[in-house]
Design a protein around this ligand. Structure first.
Ligand code: ATP
Length: 300
């Protein structure tokens, strides 16, 4: 069975539900509070673990209660956490305020995630050497992702980049990525193009392919996703489900995709579409990610 390493963020999501978010200087009562394990790196690793593939995570937490809980959540879900280190600051958190009308306001404090540096990767090059696929996102310093992907390609590994949150990418990082998986707004940022139509997505996607990536998958929420490679283009519809919370839809898609990549891109996307469809029917990030059994029982 192939082994996957996820290099990325580990956060505690602190979710408050309220009628409306307070204005500056105002205090209001909220209606509900949830503390849910998250962070794009951890979410993707947990997806892979829940689906039964071998996965190890490289990342950092603080020496605090959130850190302990996050380690336990990943461990319980089949993620190898032995290389996670403690940073001398708090664990990363995301404060999420959700209004009755569904509007979100999110404040992220990266904390320990910003300590995932090149030196840490250098100390764990054996973990990269020992795996088949490397996945990265951009909630840790981008210099770390650039370095890790450069090393991964030197060792002949498959690399998958989820450019979120989006910033402009260096040509080297694009060249060192076999697959890049952005959503529509992330595609706009990485290409610097304003996308206003389906043709606009294709045009932007072609621009990324020309920069040297093997395959680009653009996720389009309830509209599904599309794949553009050097030699082909495919469109994949999403399942029609009753979506209640799309947090981690993208992360569960990526986790699902990588676990089936050895069957070819189309099959991997079909599987990812199923995994992410189930995730949007449940609340939260890691709490919404399905097990293999749930995916097998899913009738779309
Ligand atoms: P997030 O940032 O919330 O994790 P994202 O913006 O990165 O998500 P999306 O494009 O919203 O990612 O969703 C990823 C995939 O999840 C889509 O390609 C689709 O297959 C599935 N998906 C998302 N929303 C829905 C929905 N409402 N119904 C069914 N499937 C969905």
């Amino acid at each position: 069975m192939k082994k996957i390493v996820v290099i990325g963020s580990i956060n505690m999501d602190l979710v408050t539900i309220c009628d409306r978010a307070p204005n500056g200087g105002e205090t209001l009562l909220g209606t509900e509070f949830f503390q849910i394990p998250g962070g794009k790196g951890a979410n993707q690793a947990v997806t892979i673990g829940k689906l039964g593939s071998r996965v190890v995570i490289l990342g950092k937490v603080g020496d605090d209660l959130f850190g302990k809980e996050l380690l336990s959540s990943m461990d319980k879900n089949g993620v190898d956490i032995q290389f996670i280190e403690k940073a001398p600051v708090s664990t990363g958190i995301a404060k999420i305020v959700v209004e009755k009308n569904g509007q979100n306001r999110i404040l992220v404090v990266p904390g320990a995630n910003s300590y995932v540096d090149i030196e840490y990767i250098d100390n764990h090059l054996d973990v990269i050497k020992d795996c088949d696929v490397v996945i990265g996102q951009l909630e840790i310093p981008i210099s770390t992702v650039e370095y890790a992907f450069k090393k991964a390609k030197e060792y002949g590994k498959i690399t998958i980049l989820n450019p979120a949150p989006a910033i402009k990418l260096s040509e080297e990082l694009i060249k060192n990525s076999d697959y890049i998986i952005p959503n529509e707004s992330e595609l706009e940022v990485i290409t610097g193009m304003k996308i206003e139509s389906f043709d606009g997505i294709i045009e932007a996607a072609k621009k990324v392919i020309k920069m040297g990536v093997k395959g680009l998958i653009v996720t389009l929420g309830e509209k599904g996703s599309l794949y553009l490679g050097n030699d082909k283009f495919t469109k994949h519809s999403a399942y029609k489900v009753k979506a209640i919370d799309t947090t981690a839809a993208g992360d569960s898609f990526i986790g699902g995709f990588v676990t089936r990549l050895d069957l070819g891109v189309d099959k991997a996307i079909e599987f990812a579409t199923k995994v992410s469809a189930i995730s949007v029917t449940k609340r939260g990030a890691q709490t919404s990610i399905p097990t293999m059994k749930e995916v097998e029982n899913f009738v779309g």
